[in-house]
Design a protein around this ligand. Sequence first.
Ligand SMILES: Nc1nc2c(c(=O)[nH]1)N[C@H]1C(S)=C(S)[C@@H](COP(=O)(O)O)O[C@H]1N2
Ligand SMILES: [Mo]
Length: 518
Amino acid sequence: MTVPARRAAALSALAGVVCAAVGFAVAELVAALVGPGSSPLFAAGAGVVDAVPGPVKDWAVATFGTADKAVLLGGMAVVLAAGAALAGWLELRRRPLGAVLLGVVGAVGAVVAATRPAASVAWALPSLVGVGVGVLLLRSALAPLRGPDVPARASGAGERAPMDRRRFLLVTGLAAAAGVVALATSRAVSAGSRAVTAAREALRLPAPATPAPAVPAGADLRVPGLAPYVTPNADFYRIDTALRVPQVDPATWTLRVTGLVDEPFEIGIDELLALPLVEHDVTLTCVSNEVGGDLVGNARWLGYPVRELLARAGVRDGADMVLSTSADGWTASTPLDVLTDPDRACLLAVGMNGEPLPPAHGFPARLVVPGLYGYVSATKWVTELKVTTFADDVAYWSTRGWSERGPIKLASRVDTPRAGAGVPSGPVTVAGVAWAQHTGISAVEVRVDDGAWRAATLAETVGPDTWRQWSYAWDATPGEHRLTVRATDADGRTQTSDVAPPAPDGASGWHEVTVRVT
Ligand SMILES: Nc1nc2c(c(=O)[nH]1)N[C@H]1C(S)=C(S)[C@@H](COP(=O)(O)O)O[C@H]1N2
Ligand SMILES: [Mo]
């Protein structure tokens, strides 16, 4: 069956819209798996909202009221559909221009999604997979319109190859059906995460039986550009192996304490929340943090001491490690003596800065251990504590070249001025943070170029388990200058200048920034 050229053009535009819609449905499905917020349309919409100048935003709110978001998303859908029709038509007339057009839209979507404030690189996946699928479908949908590849000579001048409309409708119809299935699945998947979101919002944390001391006013110097003493949850770094944030329903969650114990037991959320909870400020650090890096954050945690859970189970002789496992099968190995130390607040945490743990930070429960890198201690979505030995069990990262034990290394960082910044000459406040969790910071020194080390002023702190801010009043003279910082811990050990990369047990070396003074 052949198709006249005008009808072929219409069908190709239709194919463009259908295939783009299917690719879009696939992108939504991938987004449901990657995590809330990664939906390309919503991420792009949020990007548009951020990019739009204030007066335009005010105008939109004034004109459309609370329907402003629906109008925005609807408008984007219309523009995208028109673009998709154009892509279908182009792909038939000027192959591969249509595919290129779709590819560009997908690439823009990927970049916009991955650069959202709370995004990870994984947020690029939905757009990329969706566009890949859309392009492949468009090609197979248009093939029947284009007819078999007939050499130009054989088909004769001005004559088009025969087109198969029935095959075109079959391919397009099947694609549309697959799109509907993808969309339905993505809805079902995100319904699961909505249920957990609702359960989290309904969860009421009890007041701590042992509250943390108030943060002294002098702990936060509030210097512009300096990391705040308490990291807001939304800004807290996130590191884990989960492509999709595990959605753990607190109603069915339990923690099992097993292994070399007299009485293994299991505890659910209600029993846990009824126990006398402890509040404690702890700075977490990732072993992957580079010198000067930002994979470190400080929060107020609410939880139950792990040592009490271990005592209840009765740890047997011979054990020296606790292997904690998460709902998604990740594991960490923590030395038993750290977890049973009566002077260390190792918590099975349920609260972070006054609210239930955010899903990305381990809801409904995680471990927090002062002084150890996250990969050997901070198991999120934790479901099991197995008392065992380092000889018998190996944790996730230890089988991948990272050290079996991971005490946090003494470190310090210059937050302001930033490397490469231009600063006016005269008085400049140099400021940053330093950490030596569970030991504490006793001094920070700053050096300008190759000059003498000068003592920085230390901010107050709640205790040795958190980082400590510092500042240094610098009289900046014109030219390029190098600012270097080093810290000394409460045991009197000064930070080594030996440069080590993060692997296998944490980076070392002094942080330095070079600035231009004018
Ligand atoms: N389940 C699970 N927990 C995990 C990880 C993980 O990959 N899976 N990563 C750990 C690492 S390496 C770090 S540094 C901390 C980071 O915690 P955060 O994401 O809350 O900042 O979580 C730890 N807990
Ligand atoms: Mo980490």
